[in-house]
Write a protein that binds this ligand. Structure first.
Ligand SMILES: *[C@@H]1O[C@H](CO)[C@@H](O)[C@H](O)[C@H]1NC(C)=O
Ligand SMILES: *[C@@H]1O[C@H](CO)[C@@H](O)[C@H](O)[C@H]1NC(C)=O
Ligand SMILES: *[C@@H]1O[C@H](CO)[C@@H](O)[C@H](O)[C@H]1NC(C)=O
Length: 490
């Protein structure tokens, strides 16, 4: 999902010069699918399929205004045991759906589908990929983009699919998803308790608020976990010195900043200062969020920070930064954020304009530094006023997101959600875990459970078992497998 947000926007622009960084930003589940050559269960070709009668506005369902659009999906019936056998629904979120998902051997869901003779279905989310309900992404058209409509799409799709495939009405459905789709997976069971017997909600940040300063606290925790006090202390000193350069207008400081961080454009305002600070921070967001997949991750950053190489903390931070932004570091709020997010043209590949709209109208998730108890608190320009409120206003004209986020939280109950048969896996190193159920969460419903995994990051449990798995991952898979078996018990 939900992934690094501001940094990702900036990275998309830098990408022309800095391809490696852009690749870092790939959807995590796509990376799971494609690892080791992306083994498939069989050689079959999975064609895209379409549900042509999806409703645009479920809120108006029944009022006669039944405008419809085409929603894309993929299926795999090679394990399907026939009438009465389960259906496993893979929920997509802010990503382009792929034909490989339903056949990938690398996804734990598919291993479980084989075990339970399940029919596998993957449904693309409205406004992402080829599932475009409107002619463009203008702000007025984006009003139909919401988790609520996506959930209603799932219910409508389920009825269509059941009829279209002659499935028996008592086929048990289980929902799967990680990150934003993990939220949707939990909320599907919450919204439609009788349509789904249960769901797996991996790395699902279901607690919603605008200032998500805890993200950087988990990044700080991860750095300490792999690199000790020394790593976070050096980083903290380096970031303080970097912030001092960003804040200064003295010619020698501007020259030093240019030499060490090479801003892509002259810094003219505090919003530009926020932009470059959040880009520098974004590198560490990626190290943490992709810790289980990338080649340079938290322990490598700490190895560089702890190295006895004669560099000052500031120079170390600059050296690490140059890995992520080899050409230059984004420093124009207008270019990197406002312009990058404002193009209303229909986009079947890009996801940022749609996703950030959802954060401004539904979820919050502003990734800030200032309030965090972490080395990143030195980056004082990265506060919620700039990163979130100002951005939502400048890009979408949304001036008061607070009541929207509060209403969504009230509806889905945040971490107080009372929902049966949902298993919530998440990892201690995952920056999104601070908003997901963990071992310190008291789940209201005793039929749901938490699988809090030591030392793993975002969506790690979604990967099928591998020989190199830690004992913690083996334990987590066992818990998830047991939960799914329990959901399916007659
Ligand atoms: C997925 O689609 C691509 C492009 O249409 C095709 O080349 C590939 O063979 C498909 N993969 C599967 C597993 O069907
Ligand atoms: C569903 O049943 C109808 C009528 O019996 C039949 O024509 C159709 O081929 C069946 N569809 C599938 C996918 O089995
Ligand atoms: C969470 O609690 C379970 C059950 O007590 C335990 O097995 C697991 O190791 C805990 N996770 C962490 C990260 O402490």
């Amino acid at each position: 999902m939900v992934r690094v947000f501001l940094a990702a926007v900036a990275a998309a622009l830098v990408a022309i010069d800095a391809k490696p960084f852009f690749l870092n930003d790939r959807d995590i589940v796509e990376r799971i699918e494609t690892q080791d050559g992306g083994h498939l269960e069989s050689a079959q070709i999975v064609n895209e399929e379409w549900f042509e009668q999806q409703l645009l506005d479920h809120g108006r369902d029944g009022c006669g205004d039944g405008q419809v659009w085409k929603q894309r999906y993929f299926t795999n019936s090679e394990f399907y045991g026939g009438p009465g056998s389960p259906v496993f629904l893979y929920i997509n979120g802010e990503n382009v759906a792929r034909n490989t998902t339903v056949v990938s051997k690398n996804l734990f869901m598919n291993i479980l589908a084989k075990k339970h003779n399940a029919l596998i279905v993957s449904l693309e989310h409205r406004y992402y990929g080829k599932s475009q309900p409107t002619t463009d992404l203008s702000t007025s058209n984006l009003k139909y983009l919401s988790a609520d409509n996506a959930l209603a799409d799932i219910a409508t799709f389920q009825d269509y699919f059941t009829a279209n495939r002659n499935l028996s009405s008592n086929s048990p459905w289980v929902a799967f998803g990680g990150s934003y789709p993990g939220m949707l997976s939990a909320w599907t069971k919450f919204s439609y308790p009788n349509r789904f017997v249960g769901s797996v909600a991996s790395s699902a940040p279901i607690e919603l608020h605008p200032d998500y300063f805890e993200y950087m606290e988990v990044v700080g925790y991860g750095l300490k976990y792999f690199g000790g006090e020394e790593c976070v202390n050096t980083l903290s000193e380096g970031l303080k010195a970097f912030h001092a350069l960003v804040a200064s207008e003295k010619p020698e400081d501007v020259a030093q900043l240019k030499k060490l961080f090479n801003p892509c454009a002259p810094i003219k305002s505090d919003l530009d200062r926020m932009d470059i600070e959040s880009n520098v921070m974004g590198a560490y967001q990626n190290f943490a969020q992709n810790n289980d997949w990338d080649t340079y991750v938290l322990k490598d950053a700490c190895a560089d920070l702890n190295a006895k190489d004669g560099l000052t903390p500031l120079e170390k931070v600059a050296k690490i930064n140059a890995r992520s932004y080899p050409a230059c570091t984004g420093s124009s709020y207008q270019n990197d954020i406002v312009d990058a997010l404002s193009n209303p043209a229909r986009d079947t590949v890009g996801i940022m304009r749609q996703w950030i709209y959802q954060t401004c109208t539904e979820f919050g998730f502003g990734q800030t530094a200032k309030k965090s108890k972490s080395p990143f608190s030195a980056l004082e320009y990265v506060n919620v006023e700039r990163v979130y409120y100002q951005m939502c206003k400048d890009v979408y004209g949304i001036t008061d997101p607070d009541p929207l986020i509060a209403a969504k939280k009230a509806h889905f109950q945040g971490l107080d959600i009372d929902v049966e048969n949902v298993v919530f896996p998440s990892g201690t190193i995952d920056p999104w875990s601070a908003l997901a159920p963990s071992n310190s969460t008291h789940l209201k419903n005793p039929k749901s459970s938490v699988v809090y995994i030591e030392g793993t990051s975002h969506c790690r449990d979604m990967n099928a078992p591998r020989a190199t798995d830690s004992g913690h991952i083996v334990w987590a898979h066992q818990q998830i497998e047991n939960s799914v078996a329990k959901f399916l018990q007659k």
